[in-house]
Design a protein around this ligand. Structure first.
Ligand code: F6P
Length: 530
């Protein structure tokens, strides 16, 4: 992996370590154009990073040397690129209804089209009130019970498209913490509430336990008719049937759709219910356009690949250990959390595709929050701490259709741009501070940032944005030579929790736990009096 280009990039880093980003604009008058990519209604600018033409050339050569386009093609073709689980990663097929030609995905496409039609029909019946609750009422509220990929995608998209809502009200329950389900159902009517039990495996502790409580809550009022208020979305039909879900209320998806890549299929049902099937199709269409871009555009003009190369440069070459996601758009409130799972579950790895340990950092810590709120929380750290955090700004050129709020939105725009200026220049460019000698006021600047501008959050543009991020994650995984589609690290903690449960219920008293944990358990017992 660490080939000649890696060495060249290290040399580039050595040479540019102390260089100011702003000087790059003096040596290259067209930098603002050359370090940017535009596709239709999206404009990606990476001119405020410390990447110069030489570095960019080596980054691109690194990607090409790895034959990145072949690996990308392999994903689209359904090759079993998730090697540890011997599965394809074909989430892109969920949004490509036009591909039902004579490719080797023909059968898959046909099946997906039928499933999409069934899901759309169900969705329309719920929205129109044709399909009723076990009490005979129209559903007014929908509760999605799911966690991780079975929550974060639909929650982000539902919130982002709130302007398009014209269906039942959507709620999300994920945590095993009882307060989570209680705070939602206490305001709902079991006669009018539909529950979607979303779980690829249909075994996730949080989801199954919350689903059982919801079932009891409904059936105490509606008896066995209450089952009409439950839908399962999963790739384990038998388990959903065992749970008691009615056959006609089970919507399946394939095991080759990773949980964190699954919002495009039946896991997106809450979104579909809130915005309707036509708008959901626009969401898929946007993503599909990016799929074509990712598959066909050459490396130097390919947004997900360039984003991945910047991520690789910052993490593995510059050794910056985190990345801040800063949407200046309240509609994207849940984007940082969604990207946390997407990037950290996909690429938080220390073993490569050949099963060997690697000695370079892979994905950085992903964190962030919406602007301008984040300015009043952690931007102090971005400007004055001695850590360098590459920042990713996202900004809509438009916000609401309501002109009355234009002045608010203008402030959002100027604040976003001002922050990217401040990160690059630091205090030196500000004339009013020229005489300032107090160190506590100093901002060094020279902090890299990128910005992705879009016209406005619509279903189509949101589809494009999320597909860009999905593909960046995969492309980064390729640059780091890791499998982006498994998540074995999450199993260990789950197993220990199971052993602890057995130990508490005395099924197994000889479990091997540390003295610290046993002591903590005793303290909790004492506080709890059980
Ligand atoms: O524990 C991690 C994980 O497996 C995620 O990858 C997944 O999105 C989440 O749990 C939920 O899994 P499921 O959809 O099977 O309930």
């Amino acid at each position: 992996m660490q080939n000649i280009y890696w060495d060249l990039l290290k040399k580039n880093r050595e040479k540019s370590k102390d260089r100011r980003i702003e000087t790059l604009f003096q040596s290259d008058k067209n930098r603002f154009k050359e370090f940017a990519i535009e596709i239709e209604d999206l404009y990606f600018d990476y001119s405020k990073t410390n990447i110069d033409s030489e570095t960019l050339k080596n980054l691109i050569a690194y990607a090409k040397n790895l034959k990145i386009m072949n690996s990308i093609n392999a994903m689209f073709e359904g090759e079993k690129i998730n090697v540890t689980e011997k599965r394809s990663a074909l989430h892109t097929a969920l949004r490509n209804f036009k591909a039902n030609d004579l490719t080797n995905l023909y059968k898959i496409n046909k099946k997906l089209l039928v499933r999409f039609k069934d899901l759309s029909k169900f969705c329309n019946q719920i929205r129109t009130g044709q399909k009723k609750s076990g009490s005979g009422s129209k559903f007014t509220d929908v509760v999605n019970i799911g966690i991780g990929g079975s929550e974060l995608g639909p929650k982000l998209v539902t919130a982002a498209l709130s302007e398009y809502h014209n269906g039942p009200k959507i709620h999300f329950v994920s945590n095993i913490d009882p307060s989570d389900i209680l705070k939602i159902i206490k305001n709902l009517d079991p006669n009018k509430t539909l529950f979607i039990i979303s779980s690829k495996s249909f075994t996730t502790t949080e989801t199954i336990n919350n689903a059982k409580k919801a079932l009891k809550w409904v059936c105490e009022i509606l008896g066995s008719n209450g089952l009409k208020n439950f839908v399962a979305v999963c790739s384990a039909k038998e388990k959903a049937l065992d749970f008691g879900i009615l056959k006609e209320n089970i919507f399946e998806f394939d095991e080759w759709v990773g949980g964190r890549f699954s919002v495009w299929g039946p896991i997106g049902l809450p979104v579909m219910l809130s915005i309707g099937t036509d708008q959901f199709k626009n969401f898929l269409e946007g993503a599909s356009q990016i799929d074509n871009h990712f598959k066909n555009e050459e490396v130097s003009y390919n947004i997900p690949i360039i984003l991945a190369l910047i991520g690789f440069w910052h993490s593995s070459i510059c050794q910056y250990s985190s990345r801040a996601i800063l949407p200046y758009d309240s509609k994207l409130e849940y984007l940082p959390t969604y990207l946390q799972q997407l990037d950290m579950e996909s690429n938080g790895k220390s073993v490569n595709l050949n099963g060997e340990r690697i000695n370079y950092p892979t994905t950085p810590v992903i964190w962030g929050h919406i602007g301008t709120n984040s300015q009043h929380a952690f931007f102090q750290f971005l400007h004055q701490s001695n850590q360098v955090i590459p920042c990713e700004f996202l900004l809509g050129a438009n916000c609401l259709d309501n002109k009355y709020y234009d002045s608010h939105h203008l402030q959002l725009i100027v604040n976003c741009l001002a922050q990217s200026e401040a990160l690059m220049f630091g205090i030196k460019n500000e004339t009013q501070f020229k005489e300032e000698t107090n160190q506590h006021r100093n901002c060094d600047g020279n902090k890299p940032s990128t910005i992705l501008i879009y016209k406005k959050i619509t279903p189509k543009i949101l589809g494009k944005l999320l597909a860009i991020f999905e593909h960046r994650t995969f492309a980064e995984g390729l640059l780091w030579n890791v499998n982006s589609f498994d998540q074995w690290g999450v199993e260990l903690g789950k197993n220990i929790a199971r052993r602890l449960t057995d130990s508490i219920s005395q099924k197994d008293r000889n479990n091997n736990f540390s003295k610290s944990t046993l002591n903590l358990l005793n303290k909790i017992r004492k506080y709890k009096n059980f």
